[in-house]
Design a protein around this ligand. Structure first.
Ligand code: URA
Length: 233
């Protein structure tokens, strides 16, 4: 991605290197260079030319990531079990902030997208998009016979809600293991659906979110999505 020139102090602070006021000290210390040209905090810099301690800038463009969330971690920032500990520390100072595309519960594992591109994020979570989310669910008890019909009916209500769930697709892998595909993301949706059917989720893992899967990622690992995958050239 070709990025437009940007004031050096703004660029370095939004990428989390240092505050705008510290940029002058970094330049004085010889840490910031742009080829042969002298730099100043107000220099309109081409991000691809800037070096910090001789290294190119760390992802000066927007971030688009696929991540394997582990069970036991949380999507909130500032929690000792936060997923954000799995990303470079400097990224926690980037602006705009890196955010997850929706959330998974603490006890849920699997694919989670993250980005700092707000428009891209909203495209994926907007209810109108009806992005399919596929979950592998381990249940405490064999699932009732008519579960597939009930869940796909479009007339299935979660406790305390006035709007029916969007039709969901059920595939049985065994008596107590299913694949469930939802086209919306409500709070604790799978666990509440199974509770409404008189069952209990013992393990929940998201295998796909839209076209994205884990594709060989290990728990806690992430990878950058390519421009072909994001549609962002
Ligand atoms: N449904 C749940 O119950 N939990 C999740 O994390 C995702 C979907």
């Amino acid at each position: 991605m070709i990025l437009p020139p940007e004031r050096l102090d703004r660029l370095l602070s939004r990428l989390g290197y240092c505050s705008r006021s510290e940029v002058r000290d970094w330049i004085r210390a010889g840490r910031v260079t742009a080829g042969e040209s002298p730099v100043h905090p107000a220099t309109l810099a081409d991000p691809s030319e800037i070096r910090i301690d001789g290294e190119p800038l760390d992802h000066p463009g927007p971030l688009y990531l696929a991540y394997y969330k582990q069970a036991g971690t949380v999507c909130a920032q500032g929690d000792p079990r936060s997923i954000y500990h799995d990303f470079p520390e400097r990224w926690s100072c980037r602006r705009p902030a890196l955010s997850s595309v929706g959330r998974l519960d603490r006890d849920t594992s699997g694919i989670l997208l993250l980005t700092d591109d707000g428009d891209w994020l909203h495209r994926w979570i907007h209810p109108r998009r009806q992005v399919p989310r596929q979950y592998r669910v381990q249940l405490a008890e064999p699932l009732v016979e008519n579960a597939g019909d009930v869940l796909s009916s479009g007339d299935f209500y979660l406790e305390g809600e006035r709007k029916p769930c969007m039709p969901a697709e059920l595939r049985r892998l065994s008596g107590t293991e299913i694949l469930l595909t939802l086209k919306e993301g409500r709070y604790h949706e799978v666990r509440r659906m199974m509770a409404a059917l008189g069952n209990r989720v013992v393990a929940l893992h998201r295998e796909h979110f839209g076209p994205y899967g884990l594709d060989g990622l290990a728990p806690g690992e992430w990878r950058l999505l390519s421009p072909e995958e994001t549609g962002k050239e």
